[in-house]
Design a protein around this ligand. Structure first.
Ligand SMILES: [Zn+2]
Length: 125
């Protein structure tokens, strides 16, 4: 369960947005932590192509950008981004199941929240 700590920072982030007294520095910090969790820690499904398995690898991966503990899978997703023609495949993987979709939305949401909080005067004063 310790791999789900990003849910906690995400919940704190939402609380920080509701309670404006917290201030932008905390919001930026919580946003950054949640983004890092989504990209490099969240236990989403690996999904690297495996011969004989249509769905790909079912192991837990390290966030949206890294694969599972199998060495060949580790950098699979980053490679997909670098080799541009696989980007579409990578993006469809972001919504391949409910868990991945939630983590993706949390990542995008906290990224935007960090951005908005970082620009002084736009949302938080
Ligand atoms: Zn894997």
């Amino acid at each position: 369960m310790e791999r789900w700590w990003g849910v906690l920072t995400g919940a704190l982030l939402i609380a920080a947005w509701i309670d404006r007294a917290v201030g932008p520095a905390i919001v930026v910090l919580l946003s950054a932590a949640t983004v890092v969790w989504c990209f490099f820690q969240a236990p989403v499904t690996c999904g690297a192509p495996v011969r004989g398995h249509g769905d790909g690898c079912r192991n837990n991966a390290y966030g949206l950008l890294l694969g599972c503990r199998i060495r060949q899978h580790r950098w699979q997703k980053l490679k997909m981004i670098i080799l541009r023609r696989q980007i579409r495949e990578f993006c469809s993987g972001l919504f391949s199941d409910g868990k991945a979709a939630v983590v993706t939305l949390a990542g995008v949401g906290s990224f935007l929240s960090g951005l908005i909080a970082f620009i002084p005067g736009l949302a938080l004063k």
